[in-house]
Write a protein that binds this ligand. Structure first.
Ligand code: ATP
Ligand code: MG
Length: 670
């Protein structure tokens, strides 16, 4: 299979290496130029203030507004262009029949939805988005929310969630979107940490036809929180009746007042470094950290990525298949496409509902140009009949980006084979808000190479440093991925109200001036970077340090393996031993002992061949599911605890609680 960029012609005449060099050597010039991509109410007085590293300030003294840049700025040229196309495979005829309140609720919000048998759709122009955002901003102001106040948004993938984020940005309130799948406890922790003045929520969400009682979860969350929000603004979707509480405010009623008044709210101009939002990390390795994002730097950074990295042009359609509760959803479902004047697809639904063709059907119907998701969703589709992909016209797609966890080559190949476009693995973190490593198909630069997330993006002075000495590693040598301070614009400015945790979590290695990613990496002979796993996921076998991710990568080369998680367990003789948990494409293979033995031997064989005998898993289990975080990452710490018969600890970010039992059952059956 050919992964090269032959079908992707570089459109830039600039040299990417010149760009990167200038971003590192002359950051002031480089970013001053990029800053012209956005509207400044007042121009910055200073581009970079690096006098208090690792705390950096970008575009000091400049005043701007994220919402103005995302919405108002486009009214002159693209008022009638779609800003969003919302598709819900959860709102289908069956739901409408069983819940007549749903259609009523859309009407009450002047929400002109097109209903089909198995999905619903709403197109929203920039003009209409402008109006809705102003109404909601007006509602917030009337309810006493102002600049600097924190607003927790706990909502499913509906347009009102986008309005809420943008409305907060408009009035200078700091939003903190909490992933809708989180339980009351997670919500309480985030309400307390952010001391939210308001929570915005819905009566209910839907997941594969199952109704999720958001309102009840909010009631419990508020109950459990020490800090009590003054108001809970409820978008009633007409799905689940609820008993209003004292602090509840009905959104439709308030919106009607603003709408009747044709409310227009002046954007509040924020100094570039004033916070736009808080977002808690995924919690894969421990307690989530409240990442604090600035305003001007974030807008400039995202607008720049849309051009240089994603090659998204005004009028094109971008679909980041992610929940708005994650960093990808913030940056690439909401802010970046709007900043550049694209159309963004917002999807409420699962990848395989009503069937595994839904993504491609949406791509065909909306002529999506650029896709972005996490490998986990693609792996899920890879397990299905592939004709689901081939029956739709996906020729509008020019590139497909993946991030969030390692992309195994077979998955990338499967996807690129069917779509015929480059599948671009790129690497970033909640903390950075945009890619650290990527390929840049727009430029005539290094050839796209599958199996690596590319090379450092402009603004990132990313190196691989020797774990003990802090010296740069040689090509092929494994070390820690570190970025020299200052991080470029758009990255976290601190941990919310916790500068100490910011330093301790990210800058306590080496000379205090290197941002540590907590990921191992290696740069190959040709300058491509490879991510070798998290520093938390290293095991020590007889004095040899092995990354569980390297073993996983080897195992996923086995054609029968759909997904795999490797952890280390204590061993008296060798210190630690790797054990593997594999999900097979066809689980019936291991129903008889002979089949199981064959697959086990083959798996052990592929590991021994690529990593040596020491890395061979001491045992291989075949659970029905693997525990994952809500963002689709394998929770190795949970698997390890189960294998060692210990308590799994904080499981609040777990996606599917039955996966714990699945792992237990697999362990017991051995
Ligand atoms: P927490 O920091 O709370 O433990 P998390 O690190 O999973 O959670 P995120 O910010 O969502 O939270 O994820 C970033 C991490 O995901 C990276 O540090 C890296 O470990 C992994 N990652 C992201 N993209 C890639 C990629 N392309 N290849 C390999 N790993 C990736
Ligand atoms: Mg992390």
């Amino acid at each position: 299979m050919n992964h090269s960029n032959s079908n992707y012609t570089a459109t830039s005449t600039e040299s990417f290496s010149d760009l990167h060099n200038s971003s590192i050597n002359s950051p002031n010039d480089f970013w001053a130029k990029q800053a012209e991509r956005i509207y400044w109410h007042k121009k910055p007085e200073q581009i970079l203030d690096d006098s208090k590293l690792p705390f950096a300030k970008w575009f000091v003294g400049g005043k701007t507004n994220l919402c103005y840049n995302c919405v108002d700025r486009h009214l002159e040229t693209r008022a009638e262009q779609d800003a969003f196309v919302w598709v819900s495979s959860e709102i289908n005829q069956e739901l409408l029949d069983n819940h007549p309140g749903v259609a009523e609720a859309f009407k009450a919000l002047d929400n002109h939805v097109e209903f089909y048998t198995d999905y619903a759709k709403r197109r929203l122009t920039y003009n209409r988005l402008y109006k809705e955002v102003n109404y909601l901003a007006d509602v917030l102001q009337r309810l006493g929310v102002g600049k600097g106040d924190r607003v927790v948004i706990y909502m499913p993938m509906i347009l009102e969630a986008a309005y809420a984020m943008l409305a907060c940005a408009r009035i200078g309130a700091i939003h903190s979107v909490v992933f809708g799948g989180f339980a009351a406890h997670n919500l309480a922790v985030r309400i307390d940490d952010s001391e939210a003045k308001m929570v915005i929520t819905v009566d209910a969400g839907l997941r594969g036809g199952k109704i999720i009682n958001y309102k009840n979860l909010v009631n419990q969350g508020v109950e459990q929180a020490k800090h009590k929000p003054e108001k809970v603004l409820v978008v009633d979707r007409g799905i689940l009746p609820f008993e209003p509480q004292e602090r509840d405010i009905d959104f439709a009623t308030e919106r009607r007042i603003s709408c009747d008044n044709r409310a227009v709210v002046e954007p509040v101009w924020l100094e570039s470094n004033e916070p736009s939002y808080l977002l808690y990390t995924s919690g894969t390795t421990g307690t989530p950290k409240g990442v604090q994002r600035d305003t001007g730097g974030y807008a400039v950074a995202l607008a720049t990525t849309m051009d240089y990295i994603y090659d998204g042009n005004p009028g094109e359609t971008f679909w980041a298949i992610s929940d708005i509760g994650w960093a990808v959803g913030h940056s690439y479902t909401i802010y970046a496409p709007l900043l550049t004047g694209l159309t963004s697809i917002m999807y409420e639904g699962l990848p395989h509902n009503p069937n595994p063709g839904i993504w491609w059907r949406i791509v065909e119907a909306n002529k999506v140009n650029i896709l972005f998701t996490a490998p986990t969703g693609v792996r899920m589709l890879k397990k299905q009949d592939e004709t689901w992909l081939t029956r739709y016209d996906t020729s509008s797609v020019k590139s497909f980006f993946l991030a969030g966890e390692p992309l195994d080559e077979p998955t990338g190949e499967w996807l690129s084979g069917h779509l015929g476009v480059p599948i671009i693995d790129h690497y970033w973190q909640t903390e950075t808000g945009w890619p650290i490593l990527s390929h840049v198909p727009k430029f005539n630069y290094k050839e796209h190479r599958p199996g690596t997330p590319g090379y450092p993006m402009y603004g990132y002075d990313a190196k691989v440093l020797h774990e003990e000495t802090g010296e740069p590693c040689q090509p092929g040598e494994k070390g820690l991925l570190a970025i020299a301070a200052p991080l470029p614009p758009g990255c976290l400015t601190t941990v919310w109200r916790n500068d100490e945790r910011f330093i301790k979590s990210y800058y306590n290695l080496f000379d205090g001036k290197q941002y540590s990613s907590s990921d191992y990496a290696m740069i190959d002979e040709d300058g491509y970077y490879h991510i070798l796993g998290r520093t938390d996921d290293v095991i020590n076998v007889a004095g040899h340090r092995l990354g569980t991710q390297e073993i996983e990568a080897a195992i996923s080369e086995h054609p029968e393996v759909a997904e795999v998680g490797v952890v280390g367990i204590k061993d008296e003789l060798k210190g630690e031993l790797p054990i593997a948990f594999c999900i097979l494409r066809d689980p019936s293979i291991i129903e008889d002992t002979e089949g199981r033995f064959r697959v086990e031997q083959q798996i052990i064989g592929v590991v021994a061949k690529s990593l040596g005998a020491l890395a061979r898993p001491a045992a291989i289990y075949f659970p029905k599911a693997l525990p994952k975080t809500r963002s689709g990452k394998i929770l190795r710490r949970a698997i390890r605890a189960l294998a060692e018969g210990k308590d799994t600890g904080d499981m609040s970010t777990l996606e599917d609680p039955t996966a714990i039992d699945a792992v237990k059952a697999a362990l017991d059956s051995y």
